[in-house]
Structure formats: C-alpha cells, structure tokens
Design a protein around this ligand. Structure first.
Ligand code: NAD
Length: 493
C-alpha cells in the first residue's frame, strides 16, 4: 500500500513534501502492520508527523528486492554508470542543500549552521565515493613458478546498515556511498528519532534514476528491523554505528547467523591533550569544537581534556570565558546559536543525570551544569574540573555537552591518563612543538589523532576506532574496500 507525503514547513519557512513511507524497491509504502513512529522537533518537544515503522516482514521484503537488484541492475553494470547515477544524486542534493539542512535541524535539533556543514560533507562524500566506483582494481602477483596470478575485488552483496540519530544525513552518506560505489545494494535503517532526511534522500534516489532495490530505507525499531538485518542469511555485510553495547550484540548475532562481515563504529571517551607550549588562541576553538560541536553528541568528542600543569592556570579561566562567550545555546534556527537542542528526551535525561553525578562525585563546575529554556531539550555547555580519574564522568561516555578537565605533569603521565580508557576512537594534541606532537601521536591508542585541530573530518581520510570503539573504517579507500571481497585467480600456463 502506497504511503502518504505530508506537507511540512520548516521553522525557517521551507514548505516541502515529506515522504512518510518505508522506501523499498523505489516505492514509499506502508508498513506490514501499520505501525508508525511519532517524529518530534527536539527544540520544541512538539510532534511533527508520523512516519511508517517497518517490521521484520518489511525488512525481509527489502532484502529480497536488494538481492534481485544486486544481481540484475547494479553489481553487473558498467561502474561508470554507477558513478554517473551517484553524481546525479549528489547534484540533486546540492540543489536542495538549504532545505536538507533545515530538515536536519528540525529533525535532529542541531544548529542550522552545523547542519549546513553536514549536508555539504554528505554531498562531498557521495561525489568522492562515485570517483572510486571504477577503481575496483586488484594486483598481479609474480610467483615465478609458471603461473599467472591476479586478484580482483568484488562487491560483497546485499548490505545491512544501521545508523544513530546524531548525524542522520552524514552517517547515511558514510554508509550508503561506498557500498553503492563498489556495486553493492543495501537496506539502511535510520534511528527512530531522525528518519526525515533519510526518507527525503530516498525521494532523490528515485529522481536520480537509481534502479529499484539498490537503496532501501526502513525506519523501525532496532529489535525488529535492526535484528532482521543483522541475522538475515542473504545479507553479507552489516555496518553499524551506535552504542558499544548494541554493537557487541550485533557482532555476536552476525557471526551466529551467517558469519557476515561486520563494521562497528561505536562509543568513545576521547582524550584531548593540551601541552605547556600550546598556543591558547588556537587551542580554545579546537577544545570547543572537540566537545561542544553538535552539543557533544559526537562519538569522537574530546570529552576528557588533559592539560599540562604549566598552562593549566592560564587555560581554565580563558576556556571558561571563551565558552561563555561563543557557545550560545538556543533555537537551531537562530543563526547566532552554536548549539541547538539535544536530540531526544532520553538523551537529555541521561546528560542531566550525568551532570548530577559529577556534582555528587565532588567535581567542580567551571561553567554550565544546568539546562536552559522552558521547552525542548537544551543543556548549557558544562565544564567540570578538579576531577579524579575514577569518577564516572571521566570514565563513561555521556554523549552531551559535558567535559572534564584533568591536570598532568610529564608527557608520559599525560599519555597514561589519556590511554586509560576502554575506548579508542578520537584523540587530540594541542602543541606548537613538532616532536611532542609526533611522539605523542605514536603513543595514543586511538583510531584518529587530531593535532592542532579536532573533530575535523575529510572524505579521503579514514575514520574509526580501536579497543571498544569498534573496528572497520568509514571514508577513504578503506571504507570502499571494506565493501568488497578479494578473489584470487591462479592460472597454470
Ligand atoms: P544505539 O546503539 O541505541 O542505536 C543505534 C542504532 O541501532 C539505532 O538505529 C537503533 O535503532 C539500532 N538498534 C538498537 N538496538 C538494536 C539491535 N538490537 N539490533 C540492531 N539494531 C539496533 O545508539 P544511539 O543511542 O542511537 O546512539 C548513541 C550512541 O552511538 C553513542 O554511544 C555514541 O557514542 C554512538 N555513536 C558512535 C559513532 C561512531 O562513529 N563511532 C557515531 C555516532 C554515535
């Protein structure tokens, strides 16, 4: 049954047709049992509309369609044709850039100026991936034994992709683009609080002429749609971004079902180190983008700041002043705001309870420490200092605009504190000394080391974690290759 499009107006005045159906085989359809998800605007707490919520049966139907498309219209076409379709899709997004940014802010609560950046990253990444489509190359291997040997890279098949709510469109692009470019077909599940741009993107796939069944998008519960994708015997790879607990469950189920490939981008508690010789003027904005960008709802957030003792007393008041002046909180559509709303009530409650835990644990509040406003889910940028390394606010991922500051003496002490975490996603170094930067970057246990910058991504540079932050990489040729498998051919002459 065909699903409706609903006329929506964003708070900044764009009126558009929002698809509300599951996107399967190039059609927007109603779910099997008629279930829906109520989508709200986190800056007001008001309901926007209902979208269809997929079931196990819907996910199975989508996998069948993706499987057909894989064999008939996508893995078998000229890779240049795949690239052309993807470039067309990126162009259509470019034409709707401001609308898509507005949808993102309305659905997620993030500041519009950040949402614009997200849309730009998504478009850029789709283009960058399209450029890889015709570069599925292999190696030739001289074994000196009268044989010719070579390898080819082939797409893995139907992929299941599950994403969280913090970067709804950017995460979608990081998952979909390399999979499509390599010739795979896919079924993606957006997070339930943020399905709007994923479905709007689906309408652009239709318009771009992407063949039916290549891209399927099904909002729905993790335990229904998500689990069906994780355990489905026809799915050959599952790519997941979300919490470490859910990721572990997915790895187990993926192995038990059919040993599908797994990529996991999970949580973090990343350390951001400031050395005595850091340039304060450059460091302050880096600390801010480290923890307050997207209201701290970034897996790689620099949520533990480690400051060397020689700069500690200067940094604290300067950081407090800079944050109070620049990290303005409020309506995502007010251009002056740096930080919008927290995405959902549950996350807002989690953050507020961590702030209370920090106070109860005896940490001191440098700034913030409370919510703002009557409606919606707004939290002030919060800095704790005088913390102990065993406090929960130092150990556990908060996923909000809350940061701790600790002091260290020597490089070795600082690195030991930074590495004392179960996670290993991002890390940061602020220093003007090249050898400190390079030495410490080797010592830190993390998937990314940012030096004199932070939360700074590029479509050609791989991103991912180690330890309990997961495995596999997004972006770069690494992500593209992770959507392929290697076949070796050995010919006796
Ligand atoms: P979550 O793990 O609860 O949910 C993520 C996604 O998984 C959602 O789409 C959800 O519906 C789905 N899901 C839930 N249970 C499932 C199951 N049993 N089987 C299959 N799918 C299931 O996480 P969240 O609360 O939405 O997101 C916040 C967390 O994600 C944070 O811990 C954050 O660190 C992490 N995160 C990591 C990255 C990264 O790149 N490493 C990026 C963003 C968020």
């Amino acid at each position: 049954v065909k699903a409706d499009f609903v006329k929506l107006t964003t708070p900044n005045g764009f009126t558009y047709e929002q698809p509300t159906g599951l996107f399967i085989n190039n059609e927007f359809i109603k779910s099997h049992n008629g279930d829906t998800i109520a989508v709200e605007d986190p800056s007001t707490g008001q309901k926007l509309l209902d979208v269809q919520s997929g079931t196990k049966e819907d996910a199975e139907y989508a996998v069948e369609c993706a499987d057909k498309a894989f064999n008939s219209s996508w893995s078998t076409v000229d890779p240049k044709e795949r690239a052309r379709k993807m470039l067309k899709l990126a162009d259509l997004m470019e034409e709707r850039k401001e609308l898509m940014a507005s949808i993102e802010s309305m659905d997620n609560g993030k500041a519009l100026r950040l949402a614009r950046g997200d849309v730009g990253v998504a478009i850029d990444f789709i283009r960058s991936s399209a450029g890889l489509a015709d570069k599925l190359d292999g190696r030739s291997i001289d074994t000196g034994d009268g044989y010719v040997n070579y390898t080819v890279r082939e797409p893995v098949g139907v992929c299941g992709q599950i994403i969280p709510w913090n970067f709804p469109l950017m995460m979608l692009s990081w998952k979909i683009a390399p999979a499509m470019a390599a010739g795979n077909t896919l079924v993606l599940k957006p997070a339930s609080p943020t399905p709007l741009n994923a479905l709007f993107f689906a309408s652009l796939c239709q318009e771009a002429g992407i063949p039916a069944g290549v891209v399927n998008i099904i909002p729905g519960p993790g335990r229904g749609v998500g689990e069906t994708l994780t355990t489905h015997p026809k799915i050959r790879k599952i790519a997941f971004t979300g919490s470490t607990g859910t990721g572990k469950g997915i790895a187990v189920k993926a192995a038990q079902s059919n040993l599908k490939k797994v990529t996991l981008e999970l949580g973090g508690k990343s350390a951001h180190m400031v050395f005595n010789d850091a340039n304060l003027e450059k460091t302050l904005p880096n600390l801010v983008s480290g923890i307050f960008l997207n209201a701290g709802q970034i897996c790689s957030s620099g949520s533990r700041i480690y400051v060397q003792e020689g700069i500690y007393d200067r940094l604290l008041p300067a950081f407090k002043k800079y944050v109070e002046e620049t990290v303005t909180v409020g309506s995502p559509f007010d251009e002056k705001n740096f930080q919008g709303a927290i995405n959902n009530k549950m996350q807002y409650d989690t953050i507020m309870s961590y702030i209370n835990v920090g106070k109860e644990e005896g940490a001191k509040v440098l700034t913030g420490g409370e919510s703002v406003g009557e409606n919606g889910y707004f939290v002030k940028p919060t800095i704790f200092y005088d913390v102990h390394e065993d406090m929960r606010i130092v150990k556990e991922e908060i996923f909000g605009p809350v940061v701790t500051i600790s002091k260290f003496k020597s490089i070795e002490d600082g690195v030991a504190m930074a590495n004392d975490s179960e996670f290993g996603l991002g890390s940061g170094i602020q220093t003007e000394n090249l050898s400190t930067a390079l030495k410490v970057s080797k010592m830190l246990k993390a998937g990314t080391v940012w030096i004199n910058t932070y939360n700074d991504f590029h479509s050609s540079v791989p991103f991912g974690g180690c330890k309990q932050s997961g495995y596999g990489r997004e972006m770069g040729v690494e992500a593209f290759e992770a959507y392929t498998s290697v076949k070796a051919v050995r010919i006796k002459l």
